[in-house]
Write a protein that binds this ligand. Structure first.
Ligand code: IDP
Ligand code: MG
Length: 153
């Protein structure tokens, strides 16, 4: 099964939405394979947001991501990368579809509740960036046979 990285951003902790957002992933039927609270640093953000270096909002984004601890989640499911991206919605919360996390909880282009890996390749790199191997757990959910059809597993 696929694993993907989700970060609950500082805005989510400040707005006390952590439980609600984690509940959405649980209710969807995705498995939490790892979870931890972290204070991000300039170094990890330079890597994580390397594709945005040079953008006018880069420093504001990094400062915001360091303003409060974040919660990192490793989430697992069949095609979890795409499922979680669809759940997150468009980057700009003002344009995100209602029903998505961003579309239901934010109105900002930056303070947009979650980070979610955008491809299988970035998920693999990002999970390693935020979790040590021993922080990822491989237990079998007891309801798995009711989450997926047998020919999907
Ligand atoms: P994503 O989070 O939907 O994958 P990216 O383009 O990878 O979007 O950007 C990473 C993060 O940078 C966004 O989630 C958002 O917080 C911030 N960001 C992206 N574009 C803008 C912008 O135009 N203005 C302000 N912040 C932005
Ligand atoms: Mg991105």
């Amino acid at each position: 099964m696929e694993k993907t990285l989700v970060l609950l951003k500082p805005c989510t902790l400040q707005r006390a939405l952590v439980g609600e957002i984690i509940t959405r992933f649980e209710r969807r039927g995705l498995r939490i394979a790892g979870i931890k609270m972290m204070q991000l640093t300039d170094e990890i953000l330079d890597e994580h947001y390397g594709h945005l270096k040079g953008k006018s909002f880069f420093q504001i984004l990094k400062d915001s991501m360091m303003s409060t601890p974040i919660i990192a989640l490793c989430i697992e499911g069949i095609e979890a990368v795409q499922t979680v991206r669809l759940m997150a919605g468009a980057t700009n919360g003002r344009y995100a579809n209602p029903g998505t996390i961003r579309g239901d909880y934010c109105v900002s282009n930056q303070q947009n509740i979650v980070h979610a890996s955008d491809s299988l390749e970035s998920a693999e790199v990002e999970i390693k960036r935020f979790f040590k191997p021993e922080e990822i757990f491989d237990y079998t959910p007891s309801n798995l046979a009711y989450m997926y059809a047998l020919d999907e597993l």
